[in-house]
Each structure stands twice: as structure tokens, then as C-alpha cells.
Design a protein around this ligand. Sequence first.
Ligand SMILES: NC(=O)c1ccc[n+]([C@@H]2O[C@H](COP(=O)([O-])OP(=O)(O)OC[C@H]3O[C@@H](n4cnc5c(N)ncnc54)[C@H](O)[C@@H]3O)[C@@H](O)[C@H]2O)c1
Length: 357
Amino acid sequence: MSNEIRIGIIGCGWATENLHVPALRRVGCYRIVAVADTNRQRSESFAGRTGIAQWFNEPSQLIEHPDVEAVAVCVPPDHHVSLAIDALAVGKHVFIEKPMALTMEQADRLVAVAKLSRQKVLVGFNLRWHRLVQECRRMVNANAIGPLSAMRTTFTNPLLHKPTSPAWRKDRACGGGVIYDLAVHHFDLWRFLLCSEVQELSAWCRSDDWHDEAAVISARMANGILVSSVFAHGTVDDHQLELYGSKGKLQVSLYRHDGLQFFRHGENRLTTTFHRLAGMTRTLPAAIAALKNGGEIFSSYDAQWKHFYDCVRTGARIDCTVEDGLRATELSAAAVESAQMKRSINMNLSSVGRSYD
Ligand SMILES: NC(=O)c1ccc[n+]([C@@H]2O[C@H](COP(=O)([O-])OP(=O)(O)OC[C@H]3O[C@@H](n4cnc5c(N)ncnc54)[C@H](O)[C@@H]3O)[C@@H](O)[C@H]2O)c1
């Protein structure tokens, strides 16, 4: 494709290898011109294995390279903001992995720089582009579940059991632990799906061998909806959302192609099963397309990269902005504070815009 975006990726770790390079290649409107990693051997061997022509061990060499027009920041979270700012400073578009920042000082700095820049910055909350999350959002906006009273979510994975887990994943100051790794995705989803900001938040955490190995976080949204979420490393892969409204319960299982199920208030089991089968039939073509990519989750990265392309090439409105990244950072910091201080945190909403619209 002649109008492809020439992208350089900083960080040659798990996410780049398993998520971004495969998605960028499937999407087909990008040319990966270079990679960089402070681990020189990793950068060189990754470029060789994946057929990427240029590799660097100094991120600034990639950022300043004239062939690179967009930079993907896929390094441990404590380096996200400084690299994104360096890339914007030399006129490059930026994709930045989650969590966008670890502190409000970092988040404020990036928001200020992005505001003054003509370049696009997309924050990688890929769940916004998950097919079932999008369907769930359509149903919420169409009032199909009725006015919502509560939402319950779960996001867990086996990370703690992997001997290959890098050291940063154990250290909250580097972005490790479930709050900055898993909960931050759901903080964004709470806002995205419930179209409201968090008013008050309480968190309980377990930190036995690592920081924040598990957490239970509850919140009251400004529109009154109550939320409760469970996050854990070191167990099975599980990813669920449940939304409770006056018309019924919507259950979304994010790792299943047929993971969207609506339990209508007052409906008998037979009818629920019929609706489920009808829904599966309707969504089968999309599910088959997603299966070819490895499942629904993997397709969300394709959709995210297609969106970044549209933002850069056609001026489409950015669907996940640095302001969204900042809100998620604020909630992560509040969760840490709540767990440490053993009290709930009231969020200051006076300066918050409605960026989830
Ligand atoms: N959106 C998602 O679903 C998702 C999934 C996994 C990881 N992530 C995010 O992606 C990022 C990377 O995660 P990962 O699992 O690939 O980590 P990783 O530890 O596997 O890889 C990180 C790589 O970055 C390199 N690196 C560290 N500091 C650097 C610097 N300053 N400049 C250049 N290279 C540097 C390391 O040498 C390593 O190769 C993290 O922010 C993580 O939160 C997102």
C-alpha cells in the first residue's frame, strides 16, 4: 500500500512480538521500518527474526530517524512518558502502551506536550476496540439493559507463575502489579462503558512476594452506578464483565467468541438459550474472522492499529486520548492510596471533561 505509515517500535519484548508486530502486519497499512531496545542483543535478534531492516539499541536513534513517521512506545511503563515526549518533540506521531503514565506529574506533562503538538497520540487501551466491548457499549447506549445499577468485572492471568517474567512486573514503581497492569484497563472500561467518571473508590491489595499480586477495587460512578472488580496475577486467564440493569444482566466474556449473553429480566431459560443461539449465529462471521487472528482479544489490537491509521492519515478523532490515559493514571494512583491508607478516596471531578463521549 503506497500510503502506509512508516512506524518504528521501541521495545522488543513480549507485547511487541506477540501483539503489535503480528497486528501491524495483519492490518497491512504499515511498514515497520525500525525497532529499538536498550538490550542490544534483543533488538538485533528481534529485527533479524522478523525481517525488520533497521535496529537500534538507543531509542533516540529510532525516534530521530527520518524514515520513521510514527513511534510505538512498547517498553516498561516507567519509560512511557519520556519516550513519547521525545518523539513528539521531533514531530513523530505516537502510539503509547498502557498504562500511559505512573504518576499524575508524568501524565500532566504528556497531556501538556500533546496539546501543543500537531501530531497524534493514541493510548493503547485495546479493550475499547474489542468486538464484544463495542457491542456491549452499543447496548448500554441504546438502553437495551435498562438503567444500570451495578457492574462487576474480573481480569486475572497466570503471570506470577511464569519464571520468565521480567523484574519490572514485580515492582509497582516500574508499572508492575495488577493495579497498573490489569486494573488500569478496567478503569478505562468503567468510564467507557458507563459514560461517567469515578466519584469515589476503595481498594484492597495483596502484596506477598510482588507488589499488588491481587486487588479488589470498588467504586461509585458520578452517575450513581456501583462497580466492583477483581484482579489477580498467578491464577487462570479470566476476563469478564457483568452489567446489571432494570431489563436484565449483560454478561461479557472477553476470551470467548460467543461471550456476549443477555439474561432478560423475567425470561425463562429456554428463551434465554434461544436468544443466545440466535446471537451466536448472527455474530458467527465476525467470530470466524477473529479466530483467524487467534481470538477476539488479538483482533482488538488490529482494530486499534486501524484506528491509529485513520487518526494519522484521515484526521479521524482519536478514540482513546492522553486525557483518557490521565484519568486512568489518576484512578490507579487513587487505588494505591486507598489500599495503603485503608480508606476510600473521593475523586476531584471539578476539572474533568467528558472525554468518554
Ligand atoms: N495492551 C496490552 O494488552 C498489553 C499487554 C502486554 C503488555 N503491555 C504493555 O506493553 C509494554 C511492554 O510490555 P512487555 O510485556 O512487552 O514487556 P517486556 O519486559 O517483555 O519488554 C520490554 C522491552 O523493553 C526494553 N526496554 C526497557 N526499557 C527500555 C527503554 N528505555 N528503551 C528501549 N527499550 C527498553 C526491554 O529490554 C524489553 O526488551 C508495557 O507497558 C506493558 O504494560 C500491554
